[in-house]
Design a protein around this ligand. Structure first.
Ligand code: PLP
Length: 372
């Protein structure tokens, strides 16, 4: 069994991908070719925003968003410590300071009720993450941000395709950023990402930032990076986008099956219990794309060993909160986010992809619960 099976999807879209790659090789516009603009248009429509700027990775999407907002030395950006390192990395790369706020233990996302206390005179933005594929409480976060005149950047690297109160992740705040890393819900065959916004000015600034700060050829009014998405990756994404809605449905089905099987085997929902084997809880008003299907266990090492013995891969997302990582610990208080610590010690992600069979889900649950 594979943790994420990309080959079943590959077989499904092979003809389309191959034709689109051949078309790029034929026209030869490898950088900023027509597929990039076509993809941006489709992605913006799918998220429901005015602008999409395709970029070279999810990390660069976040970096370009912060650059467009002029975030730099001495500024503070409020975010969660329970995320992939890129979220805080881009803040620190610009000389700003990540201010880590603890999580809601049920959704794993930043707890909006703790944000206001972290806002200070240097706070310049709030950066929630939609961990494992479900959005943070973006209405609550946007309301706090509006009271303080702050922009909100959603790290939607794991949640492209998810919805929050009927609206699409990525289009819920000032800027949304996503990743097309191969294992993400919408992945390409290399690195890729995108920024979304309804703000015309920010869209222009992000487009400049990802292309050497250039407004026209050899004119560079602002600092930028080489953060463009390859035309070949845009071509791959166009083929994948054509089946994406179906894949999102399949992911929801796999998630629901896991939850039903686990609860039938005695697991409880994270919404009801704090100890034991716990299934994820999708908050009211949210749909998840299950970038990860992540359970909690009192004895994670034993759970991993049981899965291993059955030939089932698993992963820990993430074992160490960022405020305990060497690169960030000096910025912050490592002991100030106990709920992130507790989650980091207990979470375990199971094999998850749109084509995971019912049999495989049963095998995973049997091995995990020791019923095999
Ligand atoms: C994957 C990921 C990123 C970074 O995306 P890349 O495309 O790998 O650069 C950022 N934030 C989160 C939460 C992620 O999961």
């Amino acid at each position: 069994m594979q943790f994420i099976d990309l080959q079943t999807q590959r077989a499904r879209i092979e003809a389309d991908v191959d034709a689109r790659i051949r078309a790029v090789l034929a026209h030869g516009r490898y950088i900023m070719g027509p597929e990039v603009a076509e993809l941006e248009e489709q992605l913006a429509a799918s998220v429901g925003v005015g602008h999409c700027v395709a970029v070279s990775s999810g990390t660069d999407a976040l970096l370009v968003a912060l650059m467009a907002l002029d975030i730099g030395a001495g500024d503070e950006v409020i975010t969660t410590p329970f995320t992939f390192v890129a979220t805080a990395e881009v803040i620190a790369l610009l000389g700003a300071v990540p201010k880590f706020v603890d999580i809601d233990p049920v959704t794993y996302n930043i707890d909006p009720s703790l944000i206001e206390a972290a806002i200070g005179p240097r706070t310049r933005a709030i950066m929630p993450v939609a961990l494992y594929g479900q959005c943070a409480d973006m209405d609550a976060i946007n309301a706090i941000a509006a009271r303080h005149g702050l922009p909100v950047i959603e790290d939607a690297a794991q949640s492209f395709g998810a919805t929050f109160r009927g609206r699409r992740s990525g289009g819920l705040s000032t800027i949304g950023c996503t990743s097309f890393f191969p294992s993400k819900p919408l992945g390409c065959y290399g690195d890729g990402g995108a920024c979304f916004t309804d703000d015309d000015r920010l869209a222009t600034l992000m487009r400049q930032a990802m292309n050497h700060g250039q407004d026209k050829r050899y004119s560079h009014p602002r600092l930028g990076i080489n953060g463009r998405l390859d035309t070949l990756q845009a071509a791959v994404l166009l083929a994948k986008l054509a089946i994406f809605d179906d894949e999102v449905e399949r992911r929801a089905g796999v998630g629901a099956r896991y939850t039903a099987l686990l609860q039938a085997a005695g697991a409880r929902s994270l919404a009801e219990a704090r100890d034991g084997l716990l299934t994820p809880h999708i908050a009211d008003g949210n749909t998840s794309v299950f970038a990860q299907y992540t359970v909690q266990s009192d004895d994670r090492a034993a759970a991993i060993a049981r899965l291993d013995a059955a030939g089932i891969p698993s992963a820990v997302h993430y074992p160490i909160p960022l405020n305990r990582q060497g690169a960030y610990a000096h910025h912050c208080c490592p002991d100030c986010t106990p709920l992130a610590d507790r989650a980091a010690a207990r979470v375990l992600s199971l094999p998850m992809h749109p084509y995971l069979s019912a049999d495989d889900a049963e095998r995973v649950v049997a091995a995990l619960t020791g019923a095999d």
